[in-house]
Design a protein around this ligand. Structure first.
Ligand code: SF4
Ligand code: MSK
Length: 658
C-alpha cells in the first residue's frame, strides 16, 4: 500500500498533454494514474537520459574501461587504449547498425524458412497466396520462369534468396534491383553486401577493442551491414510475406483504441512477424471458438493489431489497428484486453506489469522472446493453431472472469492503407500500362514537388504522434507526396490523413493529383521491414527516367522524427547509403562538430551517397527536407517547372486516364 502511494506521488510528475497528442492514449494515461499504474511515459519522466550515452561518448568494449569522454570537449581525452571520440562513436554506431540489421534479417530468414516448408510441401498451414508476385520476383533476379511449374520456380527462388543471408562471396540477389549508378558508388567503396550473416559478423568484429580505429574505414562496413538489411533481409521479408500472405492493395480500415469492443473477447497481436497474426485469424474464425466465446457471454471474438504486426494485417486484410508503440501499455489500461499475444521486437517488458494490474493475459510466443511474468506458449510453424487457439481460449476465460470496470476510449479513425509498390505502379499507370511514368511526370511538371518517406517509432522523449503529424502536414501542404511505414503510419491514420478526403490539406499540385487518382496524400505502405518498398519505389523512379541516374539524384527525402530503436538507425543508414537525405528527430547519438559527425552529415554525400540530418521540431525537419528536395530539383533542371501552369482539360484527361 505504502509502495502504491509512493508510485502515485511519482506519477504526478507527468503532464499528460505534454507527452502525447493521441487522445485515446491520454485518456488511458489519466486512468492509469487514477489506478496507480506506471507506464513508459512515467518512467521516461522519472529517468533522465544519460547525456554521455546519448552522445555515444562512452565505450565499454573492453575491461580496461568503461571509458567516458567529455561530450562538451570531445577531443580533450582518449580512452585507456587510446581510442579517440571518432573511433568510439563510430564503433557504437556500428554496433547499433549490426543489432538493427540482425533484427530484420532474422525476421526475413524466418519468413524464408516458412516459404521453404510450404514449397517443399512440409507445411499445410500456409500457402502461396500471390503466385504472380512469386514469378515476378524470380524473374527480376534472373530465374527462368517461362514454361516452368510454379514449384520449380519457387525452389530456385528459395535457394537464390537464401544467399541474402548465408553467402560469403559475391553480391546479394536484390543488388540487381539497385540503379547502376548507385551500385557503382557501393562497388567503389566495397559496400555491396555479401550475405547478411557475413556482414553483421564482420561489423561486430571490426567494432571490437583493437580493431578498426578509423571511422572513415568503418563507415563502409556500417553501410554494407545496413544495406544487407534494406536490400537484403528486410526486402526478402517483405517479398516473401507478400507471396505467402498476399500483396497489399488499398483497403479501408479503422485504427485507434475504439476498435476494442466491450461486449466481445478482445485479443491483440503485437510485434512484427505476420505468421502469428495469420494463424490467429484462423483461430478467431473457427466456429468452435466463436461458440465458446458466445457460451462465455461474449458477442464474438474481436481481433485487433498493434505496432508492426498490426500493420502487416491492416494493410493486407483491413484488420483494425489499435495503436502504435507508445500505446501498447496504455491500451491494457482499458481493462478490455482479454489477451495480448506478442512475438518479436518492440515488446516493452513493462507490458507484463500493466497486464498483471488489469488481469490481461500476456503471452509470449517466440523462442527468442520470453518475459518474466508473461506466460509462454511457443508458436510452432508446423502446428501454429495450437498456440493461437490457446491464446483465444485463454482470452475467453479472462472475458468470463472480467472483474473490473472497463473504459474504452470512444475514438476510431477510418483510413485507406495497403499501398504496396505494385499497387502504386498500377494506381498511377492503370491496368494496361502499369508504370511510374505518371509519378515522374508529375514531379517533373512540378505538381508533385518530391516524395518523402516518413517512418518509424514513437518515443516518450517527445510528444507522441505530434512530430509525425505536424511534419507530414507541412510536407503535403508543400506538395510533397508522403509514403509511410511503421508506427508513423498509425500516427497519421489517427490524425485522419490516410483518406482521399485529406487531399484538401495538400498543396494545390498534390491535391490535384490525389483528386484525379482518388488517393490520399499520405500512402501507408506497411510495417518497418516494408521500408524496402520505399527503396524499390526509388529504384523504379530512377529506372522510369527523367529524374537522374541514381537514387541520390531523386528529389526525395526521409525522416524518422520520433525514432527510438536501433533498427531505425540501421534503416537510416541504408537509406543514406542508398542516396537519400534522412533526417532523424528526438536525439542523434553522435556529437556535433566531430569528424564522424561531419562524415555522416556531409562526407557521405560527397562520396555519392545521401546524408544524415537532425532536428527536433517538425517544422524544422520539414523545411530541411523541402530544401533538399528543391536542391535536387534544381540539379535536375526541373526547378522552373514549379512555376505552375494551370491545368487544362487535356492534362486533366491524362491524369484521369492514369
Ligand atoms: Fe576504453 Fe578502449 Fe576499452 Fe573502449 S576499448 S573501454 S575506449 S580501453
Ligand atoms: S514497431 S521499430 S516502434 S516503427 Fe516496427 Fe514501431 Fe519502431 Fe517498433
Amino acid at each position: 500500500m505504502e509502495e502504491k502511494e509512493k508510485k502515485k506521488v511519482e506519477l504526478k510528475t507527468i503532464n499528460i498533454k505534454d507527452v502525447t497528442t493521441c487522445d485515446a492514449t491520454a485518456q488511458m494515461l489519466r486512468k492509469a494514474e487514477r489506478d496507480g499504474v506506471e507506464t513508459a511515459f512515467h518512467r521516461a519522466a522519472n529517468m533522465k537520459a544519460c547525456p554521455i550515452g546519448a552522445d555515444s561518448a562512452c565505450c565499454k568494449h573492453c575491461f580496461m574501461g568503461p571509458c567516458r569522454l567529455n561530450p562538451k570537449d570531445p577531443y580533450s581525452k582518449v580512452g585507456v587504449c587510446g581510442a579517440t571520440i571518432d573511433t568510439i562513436m563510430s564503433r557504437n554506431f556500428g554496433r547499433m547498425v549490426a543489432a538493427g540489421s540482425a533484427a530484420h534479417t532474422d525476421h526475413g530468414m524466418v519468413m524464408l524458412e516458412i516459404f521453404k516448408e510450404v514449397v517443399h510441401g512440409r507445411s499445410k498451414d500456409y500457402s502461396i497466396k500471390d503466385p504472380q508476385k512469386l514469378e515476378d520476383v524470380a524473374k527480376e533476379i534472373g530465374i527462368e520462369t517461362e514454361g516452368r511449374e510454379l514449384k520449380e520456380i519457387a525452389l530456385d527462388l528459395c535457394e537464390e534468396l537464401e544467399r541474402t543471408y548465408t553467402q560469403v562471396e559475391g553480391e546479394i540477389p536484390f543488388a540487381k534491383r539497385v540503379p547502376e549508378k548507385t551500385l557503382e558508388v557501393w562497388r567503389k567503396y566495397n559496400m555491396v553486401p555479401r550475405g547478411a550473416m557475413r556482414e553483421i559478423m564482420e561489423l561486430v568484429h571490426r567494432t571490437a577493442m583493437g580493431m578498426d580505429q578509423d571511422h572513415e574505414n568503418l563507415i563502409h562496413q556500417c553501410s554494407r551491414a545496413a544495406l544487407a538489411d534494406g536490400w537484403g533481409g528486410s526486402m526478402v521479408a517483405t517479398e516473401i510475406s507478400d507471396i505467402l500472405f498476399g500483396t497489399p492493395t488499398p483497403v479501408r480500415a479503422e485504427v485507434n483504441m475504439g476498435c476494442l469492443k466491450e461486449d466481445q473477447v478482445n485479443i491483440i497481436i503485437h510485434g512484427h512477424e505476420p505468421n502469428l497474426f495469420d494463424s490467429i485469424i484462423g483461430s478467431v474464425n473457427d466456429p468452435s471458438l466463436i461458440q465458446a466465446a458466445k457460451d462465455a457471454g461474449a458477442n464474438g471474438l474481436n481481433l485487433v493489431g498493434m505496432c508492426c504486426s498490426g500493420l502487416e494485417m491492416l494493410c493486407r486484410h483491413g484488420i483494425p489497428h489499435a495503436g502504435n508503440f507508445m500505446s501498447t501499455e496504455a491500451i491494457l489500461v482499458t481493462g478490455a484486453v482479454d489477451a495480448m499475444g506478442v512475438d518479436v521486437q518492440c515488446i516493452k517488458q513493462g507490458l507484463a506489469e500493466v497486464a498483471k494490474c488489469y488481469g490481461t493475459k500476456l503471452f509470449t510466443t517466440n523462442p527468442r522472446v520470453h518475459i518474466e511474468g508473461a506466460e509462454h506458449i511457443e508458436f510452432e510453424e508446423h502446428n501454429p493453431r495450437a498456440c493461437t487457439d490457446s491464446i483465444v481460449e485463454n482470452a475467453i476465460v479472462r472475458f468470463k472472469n472480467r472483474n473490473m470496470p472497463i473504459e474504452i476510449p470512444n475514438i476510431k479513425n477510418e483510413g485507406v492503407h495497403g499501398f504496396s509498390h505494385e499497387y502504386i505502379n498500377y494506381m498511377l499507370g492503370g491496368t494496361f500500362r502499369s508504370s511510374y511514368t505518371p509519378l515522374n511526370d508529375n514531379i517533373i511538371n512540378g505538381r508533385i514537388r518530391g516524395v518523402a518517406g516518413v517512418v518509424g517509432c514513437t518515443n516518450p522523449r517527445v510528444k507522441q504522434d505530434y512530430v509525425h503529424v505536424e511534419l507530414v502536414k507541412e510536407l503535403i501542404r508543400n506538395d510533397v507526396l508522403v509514403v509511410q511505414t511503421g508506427c508513423s503510419q498509425i500516427s497519421l491514420a489517427k490524425a485522419g490523413l490516410c483518406t482521399p478526403e485529406a487531399a484538401h490539406l495538400a498543396g494545390p499540385g498534390l491535391k490535384e493529383v490525389c483528386e484525379a487518382v482518388g488517393m490520399p496524400p499520405v500512402l501507408g505502405l506497411g510495417a518497418c521491414v516494408d521500408n524496402s518498398r520505399i527503396l524499390i519505389a526509388c529504384a523504379e523512379m530512377v529506372r522510369t527516367g527523367g529524374l537522374g541516374d541514381s537514387i541520390a539524384d531523386l528529389p526525395v527525402a526521409g525522416a524518422a522524427p520520433e525514432f527510438m530503436s536501433e533498427k531505425a538507425i540501421t534503416i537510416g543508414q541504408y537509406f543514406v547509403a542508398s542516396g537519400v537525405f534522412t533526417v532523424f528527430g528526438v536525439t542523434f547519438p553522435i556529437i556535433e562538430g566531430t569528424k564522424f559527425h561531419k562524415l555522416l552529415f556531409g562526407g557521405l554525400e560527397e562520396m555519392g551517397m545521401g546524408k544524415w540530418g537532425f532536428a527536433i521540431d517538425p517544422h524544422d525537419i520539414a523545411q530541411m527536407m523541402i530544401a533538399h528536395i528543391d536542391k535536387k530539383r534544381k540539379a535536375l533542371g526541373i526547378d522552373k517547372a514549379r512555376e505552375r501552369v494551370l491545368v487544362d482539360m487535356s492534362d486533366r484527361r491524362d491524369l484521369e486516364a492514369a
